[in-house]
Design a protein around this ligand. Structure first.
Ligand code: KIV
Ligand code: ZN
Length: 524
């Protein structure tokens, strides 16, 4: 009795072929490494015959990735199977995945083939693929809309010709969990196959049921789930790997199966995909969304701070997140503010807590989420009262000549020392300005992140140019490994960025001063 479900990852094939998710060869390789670290059983690395680029990427992955079997998709035509075999040649473990439509719609409108021709093609091409690989998978495309009797014949033919995995795709995401459970239960009884041949589910999410359908297929007898990281794939996507794996793990009592996945690598793989495709999963995406382990409301935060099981069914560490996140926002209470400030080294009580809480609510109303850097800025503001430095002049010369760098002249006004100015040049105008500011403040820093918003004009307050709109910049600066937030609003991008940089460095200075004072106070 098999109690481990194989995880066949198709992020790099079905996922990559969806609009907006195409990846370069280097991006695919990076993602394949993340999938290998996740310990998926099979990586479907692409469709070798689709393009020379796809062929090259599969070959590179086959050469460099150890652990999972590497797979290429192929239609039931010799040219496709030859392309798959040549791309997979360097792989230590390889799988060729051949597919053919079996439903009446596909047979009549796409393929123009009779049922007998379909069966003959399956027999011939699965057999041909077996000449190149012992591990061959056959997919009956649009299986869900195929007559059940004919599907049994098609899958039995594939098994007889040497396919070791029989995939039953819900190509159009039409099935329901009950139907798919019945179908797999029936196939498990009726498809004739040698020992060791397993069924696989490949569900699309057009009606939002891909994960539920894949799990129902497992209950019906499937022993492989085809899925993609973050649920990407054709149209609404494929079954999300992280959802299926964490459902099997968290509800082992209900399903009775495990996987080989190293779940603590899930977050890393999800983030690699976001980085490689420039697309983040929605905040509320199960398991890997930014909100999946985040608590903002005061009631939930209070509960989780006492015992996280009050509102969590999985441990964030199990998917590779260091901890749950108490997200500070306008719904948060004083308990959470005090706890987060303490984590950042600030004990807040009495009046200091009340004052910080009032300011925190104002900022939260404005910016939504108050992250650690922004909270440090609030604490710095509370402690310092007035900032150390103010921007009093900004002058940038950007020469047109290709070999000359822009020069920034900055003048800052210090609380007690008066005005100080300095010059710097760098390949970018903003870099030059940041360098001059750091020189004046004697505080080297690196801009880690900038978020810019064009704040629409208030129709009552149009400027001379009739626009009256502002640029609002949120900037994170890294100072000796620590992140500090700064924010500024101006009519133009450059002054807004420069103002936000000055604000971030002021916050860094205030926080450091407060820490030194606290240490002095403790010693006294
Ligand atoms: O959705 C589908 O039917 C497919 C097959 C090629 C497996 O992606
Ligand atoms: Zn698919």
């Amino acid at each position: 009795m098999i109690d481990t479900i194989r995880i066949f990852d198709t992020t790099l094939r079905d996922g990559e072929q969806a609009p907006g998710f195409s990846m370069t060869e280097a991006g695919k390789l990076k993602m394949a490494r993340a999938l290998a670290a996740l310990n998926v059983d099979i990586i479907e690395a692409g469709f070798a015959a689709a393009s020379p680029g796809d062929h090259a990427a599969i070959k590179r992955i086959a050469e460099e990735i150890d652990g999972p079997a590497i797979c290429s998709l192929a239609r039931t035509v010799k040219g496709d199977i030859d392309a798959a075999a040549s791309a997979l040649k360097p792989a230590k473990k390889k799988r060729i995945h051949v597919f053919l439509g079996t439903s009446p719609l596909h047979r009549e409108h796409k393929l123009n083939m009779t049922p007998a021709e379909i069966l003959a093609r399956i027999r011939e091409m699965v057999g041909y693929a077996r000449q190149f690989a012992d591990d061959v998978e056959f997919s009956a495309e649009d299986a869900i809309r195929t007559e059940p009797g004919f599907l049994v014949e098609a899958l039995s033919t594939a098994a007889e010709a040497g396919a070791m995995t029989l995939n039953v795709p819900d190509t159009v995401g039409y099935s329901t969990p009950d139907e798919i459970f019945q179908l797999f239960s029936m196939l498990s009884k009726k498809v004739s196959r040698p020992d060791g041949v397993i069924f696989s589910a490949h569900c699309h999410d057009d009606l939002g049921m891909a994960v539920a359908n894949s799990l129902a297929a497992v209950r019906g007898g499937a022993r492989q789930i085809e899925c993609a990281m973050n649920g990407i794939g054709e149209r609404a996507g494929n079954c999300a790997l992280e959802d299926a794996v964490m459902a099997l793990r968290t509800r082992r009592d209900a399903f009775g199966f495990s996987t080989n996945i190293k779940t603590e690598q899930i977050m890393a793989a999800s983030r690699t995909l976001s980085q490689v495709t420039n697309t983040h999963p929605p905040r509320n995406k199960a398991v890997v969304g930014a909100n999946a382990f985040a608590h903002e409301s005061g009631i939930h935060q209070h509960g989780v701070l006492k015992n996280r099981e009050t509102y969590e069914i999985m441990r964030p560490e199990d998917i590779g997140l260091p901890s749950n996140q108490i997200i500070l926002g306008k719904h948060s209470g004083k308990h959470a503010l005090k706890a987060r400030a303490a984590e950042l080294g600030h004990e807040l009580d009495g009046d200091a807590l009340n004052a910080a809480f009032t300011r925190f609510k104002q900022v939260a109303d404005e910016v939504g989420i108050v992250d650690a850097a922004r909270l440090m800025a609030i604490l710095a503001e509370q402690e310092a009262g007035e900032p150390d430095w103010k921007l009093s002049r900004l002058d940038i010369r950007s020469p047109v000549a290709a070999n000359a760098d822009p020069v920034a002249r900055i003048e800052l006004e210090h609380r007690t020392r008066g005005r100080i100015s300095d010059l710097a040049s760098a390949p970018g105008a903003l870099d030059a300005a940041y360098t001059a500011i750091s020189q004046i403040m004697d505080l080297p820093a690196r801009v880690a992140d900038i978020d810019m918003q064009y704040v629409a004009a208030d129709p009552e307050e149009t400027g001379d140019d009739g626009q009256g709109a502002d640029v609002l910049v949120d900037l994170k600066a890294e100072v000796e490994g620590e992140i500090f937030a700064g924010r500024a609003r101006a009519r133009d991008i450059i002054p807004a960025c420069v103002g936000a940089y000055v604000d971030a460095l002021n916050n860094a200075l205030a926080i450091r001063r407060a820490r030194t004072n606290a240490r002095g106070g403790a010693a006294a």
